[in-house]
Design a protein around this ligand. Structure first.
Ligand SMILES: Nc1ncnc2c1ncn2[C@@H]1O[C@H](COP(=O)(O)OP(=O)(O)O)[C@@H](O)[C@H]1O
Ligand SMILES: [Mg+2]
Length: 345
């Protein structure tokens, strides 16, 4: 069960997990059902899933706050159970609710935390000023934290995770942007990108497909305690067949005749989506092949695949979770598109 021990210096993956399981309660409910993860150094990795998928549980195991029932994990080259304190020294964990003192100013909070890591008064002052500057909080430095906006609060949380010296190399951010307005979210994304640009490894959890798409080098879709799919946003999108040619058909007969080869079905509007690479040549050939006499297709449009499509296709919410390839006929051809196809899963 244990992997050969590799020194952190030449470990290709900064976070590695194999077969993590976790159950809670009596009778036991399995929350994680065999999670494997590999996160490369200096990359941003998104664990994407709806509420209750097991994101926080995974993060807590990797950050040594909870022990898995089985499986192994290494962070920054250290085993999360055997080398717990080495892991803790190597990571920063930011949750949705961090331990800053609301009544103190941002500057006071950071200085106090830096002092707690053993830095001298002068070093702590320098470190606090540096971090306030880096996270765009200098103007708010002397204000009590309770007056901060949600976005400022989150950035202060991030800064708080960095006060130690040296800076940790691995960051766990558990839903860092949940509840933030769009501008604050953008600002936090910037801060995360900058962490990665400086060589840090970031594992973040999110319920937002768009966030994973915009921010992460790699994405794992977590669904009921299992990784439903893993890869770059482009990989995942290609798993549901790249682009889609959406056809509005002229009759129910035409709809039923073609439904078997579609990956998207909307019987109410007689619309079917057929996988395509989006090239003019292929679209033209498809139209000719499907409707040689020009009677069955009323209109068509090209649909670019989004992570929403991926999520719906690869998780348990999906009507077509059993269709592994775009060309496989869908067993239940008339399943309507679920209404929850939104950006916020
Ligand atoms: N300490 C706990 N005791 C009992 N059940 C828990 C505990 N922590 C999490 N769970 C359950 O595990 C499931 C996954 O939770 P969690 O990892 O927090 O999911 P997420 O962060 O993706 O929303 C949920 O059903 C939750 O109720
Ligand atoms: Mg959570």
């Amino acid at each position: 069960m244990t992997d050969p021990i590799r020194p952190s210096g030449d470990s290709a993956a900064t976070i590695e997990a194999h077969g993590l399981t976790k159950s809670y309660g009596k009778p036991a409910v399995r929350v994680l059902d065999g999670i494997d993860l590999q996160v490369g150094r200096g990359t941003v990795f998104a664990l994407l899933g709806p509420n209750g998928a097991g994101k926080t549980t995974t993060v807590r195991i990797l950050a040594t706050l909870t022990e898995a029932d089985s499986g192994t994990a290494r962070v920054a080259g250290y085993d999360v159970v055997a080398d717990r304190s080495a892991v803790r020294r190597s990571i920063s964990l930011t949750g949705q609710f961090a331990a800053v003192d609301e009544t103190q100013t941002g500057e006071e909070n950071l200085r106090m935390m830096a002092r707690l890591t053993g830095q001298s008064r002068a070093a702590a002052r320098r470190r606090a000023a540096e971090l306030l500057e880096r996270f765009g909080l200098t103007v708010a430095a002397r204000r009590p934290v309770r007056t901060y906006s949600g976005g400022m609060r989150r950035r202060l949380d991030l800064a708080a995770g960095l006060v130690g010296s040296p800076e940790p190399g691995v960051f766990f951010l558990d839903e860092p942007t949940t509840g933030l307005d769009p501008r604050s979210r953008q600002e936090l994304w910037e801060a995360v990108r900058e962490l990665a640009a400086r060589g840090a490894t970031v594992l973040l959890t999110t319920q937002y497909l768009e966030e994973a798409d915009r921010l992460a080098d790699r994405i794992a879709l977590l669904d009921r305690g299992r990784i439903a799919a893993e890869g770059t946003a482009a990989d995942l999108k290609s798993r549901v067949g790249g682009d889609r040619l959406d056809l509005v058909l002229t009759s129910r007969d035409a709809y039923l005749k073609l439904a078997g080869r579609a990956v998207h079905h909307s019987p109410g509007t007689l619309t079917l989506g057929i996988p395509t690479d989006g090239s003019a040549a292929q679209v033209r050939a498809l139209l000719d092949e499907i409707d040689p006499d020009g009677r069955e297709i009323e209109r068509f449009s090209l649909h670019r695949v989004t992570l929403d499509d991926v999520f719906l296709a690869l998780t348990s919410n999906a009507p077509m979770s059993n269709a592994p390839t775009p060309n496989a006929p869908t067993p239940n051809a008339t399943t309507p598109t679920p209404p929850e196809a939104s950006a916020h899963v």
